[in-house]
Design a protein around this ligand. Structure first.
Ligand code: KIV
Length: 275
């Protein structure tokens, strides 16, 4: 049963530019950024929404897992990114351990990202037992972006970074999770590392924007990790990443090429970047 939409922070209207883009059928471009200069360049390059992801743990701070970054560390980076972004929404990522324990903890953490770092919305991973946390944050007036599919905060060994939803029951669960998050009032969803058909079905089942990473071209938009698409991430890149820097004259040029490729549908390519 669908929960009623509770307040102004709920539903697609909470991030109106993204909702409008989905309604028009214009692909949404999201990119991570973790500091002032790259957030500023992302906005100048035409990115529609900037995410200060907890991927900062790996790509900025050199940890081996997103589970290692703290709220205080992520808030420093989020505040810096906020200084570079004034005309597109900024989404903050609630790190591992900062929202799971209780609704009160979840709301208090989300509030820090809004009050101390100026976020327009927060993102948290999962559905199921996380749904009450999502509900509580939205009831507190803070827009939420949900995250389904591969959930990096749940990965405990290196071989855990695997595509999700390859079996029918898992695919159906991911779609049901996305539908449940929309019913709670999420403003948008991220779907990570699932077969393109699963992400397309999820996108068709909900009316909020669905932004994919490693999830094919059938979503409402795409997100990449900045350092991945600049080719400066340690180790082997996931198959869904394209290095936009290798043929670019500057970081801004690389970001403009990414924006153009998502908008014109030339990224992602089904045979290369999709499970
Ligand atoms: O932390 C992050 O950068 C993310 C994206 C991969 C969506 O969650």
């Amino acid at each position: 049963m669908s929960a009623p939409v509770r307040n102004a922070a709920a539903g697609a209207g909470a991030l109106p530019t993204l909702a409008a883009a989905r309604a028009r059928g214009t692909p949404i471009v999201m990119l991570t950024a973790y500091d002032f200069p790259t957030a500023r360049i992302a906005q100048a390059a035409g990115v529609d929404v900037v995410l200060v992801g907890d991927s900062a743990a790996n790509v900025v701070l050199g940890y081996t897992s997103t589970r290692e970054i703290s709220v205080d560390e992520l808030l420093v980076l989020t505040r810096a990114a906020r200084r570079g972004v004034d005309s597109v929404p900024l989404v903050g990522d609630l790190p591992f351990g900062s929202y799971e324990p209780s609704d009160e903890v979840a709301v208090a953490t989300a509030r820090r990202f809004v009050d101390e770092a100026g976020c327009d919305a927060v993102k948290l991973e999962g559905a199921g037992e996380i749904l009450p946390r999502v509900r509580a944050i939205i009831a507190a007036g803070i827009p939420v972006v949900g995250h389904v599919g591969l959930l990096p905060q749940s990965v405990v060994t290196a071989d855990g970074y695997r595509a999700q939803g390859r079996e029918a029951d898992d695919a159906l669960r991911i779609i049901a999770d996305g539908v449940a998050l929309e019913a709670e009032g999420c403003a948008a969803l991220i779907v990570e590392a699932v077969p393109a058909a699963v992400a397309s079905l999820l996108t068709a089942r909900v009316s909020i924007p669905v932004i994919g990473i490693g999830a094919g071209a059938g979503c409402s938009g795409q997100v990449l990790v900045l350092h991945d698409m600049l080719g400066i991430t340690r180790g082997k890149l996931p198959r869904f990443v394209r290095d936009f820097m290798s043929e670019s004259a500057s970081v801004e040029h690389a970001l403009r090429r990414y924006v153009a490729a998502v908008k014109d549908g030339s990224f992602p390519v089904e045979s290369i970047h999709t499970y």
